[in-house]
Ligand binder design. Structure first.
Ligand code: SF4
Length: 178
């Protein structure tokens, strides 16, 4: 059995891979945020960050508590943070996007809307991204319910998604540069 710190270490390792994935798959910034209705502050780039998702679905579990403590050590406690434009009730939100470069909650880390998942399937032929599936896997990594072979398989699946998105982007760049 892992310690809670080991669970967190495994979670942060998967987060790094998912961050790579989201760096390649820029659906929200390219396709969604520019189309936000006129009534919202476009410059604030709120996107789907319209609530305190960093804690909204957290389990009462020591590994979630550890994640919160480590997050607050690095990025500060929510009540101490300023969110000048107030486009989102999330204190970690800024006009430039999320302050959290790591230590996001499973909800923040996994969420993709239906439109972006459709886009992922159509453009990149990535069929393995299911929001709830990824969400629960992240939750189980934190609670220690996903370990060993299952964790390795999940990690390999995440790496495979990064590879597929990267390959498609690279091949498009090559075509446009010819
Ligand atoms: S913590 Fe970041 S990703 Fe999560 S709701 Fe706030 S701004 Fe969005």
């Amino acid at each position: 059995m892992n310690t809670f710190r080991e669970n967190l270490r495994a979670y942060l390792e998967i987060e790094k891979i998912l961050n790579e994935f989201f760096n390649e798959f820029n659906y929200c910034i390219i396709n969604c945020i520019p189309k936000e209705p006129e009534t919202t502050l476009r410059s604030a780039r709120r996107g789907c960050c319209n609530d305190k998702y960093y804690k909204l679905h957290d389990l009462k579990h020591p590994a979630f508590e550890l994640l919160r403590q480590e997050r607050e050590k690095i990025y500060g406690k929510p009540p101490d943070l300023e969110n000048p434009q107030g486009a989102s009730s999330c204190e970690y939100h800024t006009p430039e996007g999320c302050r959290l470069k790591s230590h996001k909650s499973p909800t923040c880390l996994s969420f993709l809307c239906k439109e972006s998942i459709d886009f992922l399937r159509e453009r990149y032929q990535v069929f393995g991204y299911d929001y709830l599936g990824i969400y629960y896997a992240l939750e189980w990594i934190l609670t220690g319910d996903m370990l060993g072979k299952a964790l390795e398989e999940f990690k390999a699946g995440c790496l495979n998604m990064v590879e597929k998105v990267r390959e498609r982007e690279l091949s498009d760049k090559l075509i446009t540069s010819q």
